[in-house]
Design a protein around this ligand. Structure first.
Ligand code: FES
Length: 61
């Protein structure tokens, strides 16, 4: 697995993960391995837990 990097946008609250990461359930079982994913931190996304860009109506990003 690569060395992923995480950027939390202080304006939108979005959380961008760059690199390869495993998405796991509460028991630690791997659900999916993904690259370069962005999570919603603003609570407005209709595709939670992923960011769908809805934060753009809230900020001037
Ligand atoms: S951070 Fe919530 S939609 Fe982008």
């Amino acid at each position: 697995m690569s060395n992923p990097r995480i950027f939390v946008n202080p304006k939108s609250g979005s959380i961008r993960v760059t690199g390869t990461v495993d998405l796991v359930d509460a028991d630690g079982n791997i659900l999916e391995t993904v690259e370069n994913i962005k999570f919603c931190g603003c609570g407005q996304s209709k595709e939670k837990p992923l960011c769908d860009g809805s934060h753009k109506g809230l900020t001037k990003e």
